[in-house]
Design a protein around this ligand. Structure first.
Ligand code: FSO
Ligand code: SF4
Length: 546
């Protein structure tokens, strides 16, 4: 295995042996590389004129999503998907009459790849032929991987939007174009850089598509006090990002005596008017994804993962883990959609009834729901506070949380911010400071949580609105600084999206991605002023008070 797609890559370089820091076993990492390669084969066929349908799009997008950090650890799923990907690729090649022999870019042979998967002793060899290190030039490799990870983020957000019936072939066209480009040796580093920037543009589009899908289906998020305590009923905990699954679970648990709580990235479901109507939807339990080991033990009931982030479950609760959609873990029950697209969560409900109610780990409430519509409803108040000097700066601290000690930086940074600053957040990064009670400025809370990582789109909408209100030519003239925490590939697309909107001088931490070669990192520094993070005191001086 050689994986360096997330912020926790071993030693800041790559996970290379036995198991990744995330717990992904080497054979699953190899299978993921082989699947991505097989999907790139489909992309090549599409780029050469084969006509794909929505079924192929769904397969490709879910396949990509499964390879995101902490989404799916089930080797059998990847073996099956690789075989299916090769079948799809071959039927596309055949129906379009593409000749693999005469084509300038040769297709990998079906026998080779499948054979490697089926005869495991060949797999490591084949995976290393098609994985990250297969590209020798480190800058080309870096750009190809950056593009692939951006596409992974797009695929994840696209799947949620598509689950709610929102589709856009311009976005799927780009996914094929970008995947095929990563195998194209005729492209220069400049060509790939341009594709990376284009990827950011599609990142904006896909987040806008998902925003429309979520808000049209469930209403606009609104200011909400979310309960973080518990009640005395058996319950199900739901994690991940898929709001359609959230709706299904709330509907199916109605009147059963089983309560529902959110965990980690599902917290923002509490902000949607449609979901608030369910009185058995109690609130949020616990914190960010990496704390699941202790929190799932005390929760007592079954847990449904609708997407990443899964950490390998402890034996005390492994039988209570259920997955759906792109998520998967070997030995845990996976609930797939039926032919009509419905999902049956009755097994979880029956399981919950046999379990003790959740154990209380904290009490009280946290406030959120500041997506673009809610913030714009408060626009006059916000603008007055800025004009009157009560708010001097907004600090975008969106992104991810993670288990590394170095992420204490974000709690310390939030605490050290002057009282006249407001944090704009989205994603699981918020758990580093959303229970600190940082107060408010004239009724405007000092932490405004827009929602999930994809709701970083809301933060961009808010910034553009402020730019308009203040009549500024450049979005970078706003009193907004960006101190973003990243972890996995959805954060990569959020970053590329912000760059495509012209945002400069973003600080990215706790460490810069291992997949950026020194030259590619330089391009980002020189073109966009991207920087890392240092010591809190110094960073506050440079970013806020200077
Ligand atoms: Fe990921 Fe980051 Fe959305 Fe978290 S981008 S890690 S679980 O913020 O939220 O999926
Ligand atoms: Fe390592 Fe991250 Fe890859 Fe997991 S996803 S193997 S932690 S680089």
């Amino acid at each position: 295995m050689y994986c360096y797609q997330c912020q926790e890559a071993a030693g800041g370089v790559a996970c290379k042996s036995q198991k990744g820091v995330c717990g992904k076993p080497a054979d699953v990492a190899d299978l993921q590389d082989l699947l991505i390669y097989a999907l790139k084969g489909i992309a090549q066929a599409v780029e050469r004129g084969a006509t794909r349908d929505e079924e192929v799009d769904t397969f490709v997008i879910t396949g990509i999503f499964k390879t995101i950090t902490n989404a799916n650890f089930d080797g059998a799923v990847f073996e099956k998907d690789i075989a299916q990907a090769l079948e799809i690729r071959d039927s596309l090649i055949q129906s379009a009459g593409i000749s693999a022999d005469t084509d300038a870019l040769s297709f990998h042979l079906k026998g080779n790849l499948l054979d490697a998967v089926l005869r495991k002793n060949k797999m490591v060899e084949k995976a290393s032929e098609v994985g990250v290190l297969a590209t020798e030039n480190e800058d080309v490799r870096s750009l190809r991987e950056l593009l692939t990870y951006g596409v992974k983020g797009i695929a994840a957000y696209y799947e949620h939007a598509a689950n709610l019936g929102k589709k856009d072939t311009e976005i799927t066209d780009f996914i094929y174009k970008a995947l095929a480009a990563t195998l194209d040796d005729t492209l220069s580093a400049d060509d790939l850089t341009n594709l990376v920037l284009e990827c950011g543009k599609f990142g904006v589009n896909v987040m806008a598509l998902l925003d429309a899908a979520n808000t049209e289906a469930y209403g606009n998020p609104e200011i909400t006090e979310v309960n973080i305590g518990v009640r005395n009923n058996p319950a199900i905990l739901i994690s991940g990002h898929d709001l359609k699954d959230m709706e299904r679970l709330l509907e199916q648990t109605k009147g059963t005596g089983v309560d529902v709580y959110t965990h980690s990235e599902m917290l923002p479901a509490n902000y949607y008017p449609t979901f608030k109507k369910y009185d058995h939807f109690v609130g949020n339990y616990g914190n960010a994804w990496w704390k699941q080991n202790e929190e799932f033990k005390s929760f007592n009931g079954p847990v449904l993962f609708t997407t990443n982030c899964i950490t390998p479950p402890a034996k005390e609760y492994k039988d209570r883990i259920y997955t759906t959609g792109a998520a998967g873990f070997d030995g845990c029950t996976h609930i797939a959609a039926d032919a009509a697209g419905n999902k049956d969560f009755s097994a979880l409900i029956a399981h919950a009834k046999e379990c003790e109610p959740p154990k209380e780990i904290e009490k009280g409430t946290i406030t959120g729901g500041f997506a673009h519509n809610q913030v714009l409803a408060l626009a006059d108040k916000v603008v007055d506070a800025v004009k009157g000097g009560a708010i001097k700066k907004f600090v975008v601290m969106a992104g991810c949380d993670g288990r590394m000690k170095s992420r204490d930086y974000y709690t310390d940074f939030a605490k050290a911010l002057p009282q006249d600053t407001v944090i704009l957040t989205a994603g699981c990064a918020k758990y580093r400071y959303n229970k600190l009670d940082l107060g408010d400025i004239g009724g405007i809370p000092r932490v405004l949580d827009a929602g999930q990582c994809n709701d970083s789109y809301s933060l961009a909408v808010i910034a553009m609105k402020l730019q308009e209100v203040f009549g500024l030519e450049d979005i970078n003239d706003l009193p907004i600084v960006y101190n973003i925490a990243w972890y996995e590939q959805k954060a990569v697309i959020v970053l590329l999206a912000l760059l495509s909107l012209g945002v400069k001088n973003i600080h990215l931490g706790p460490t810069l991605p291992a997949f950026l070669s020194p030259n590619v990192a330089n391009i980002l520094v020189e073109t966009f002023g991207i920087g890392g993070v240092g010591e809190v005191e110094q960073d506050i001086k440079e970013m806020i008070t200077a």
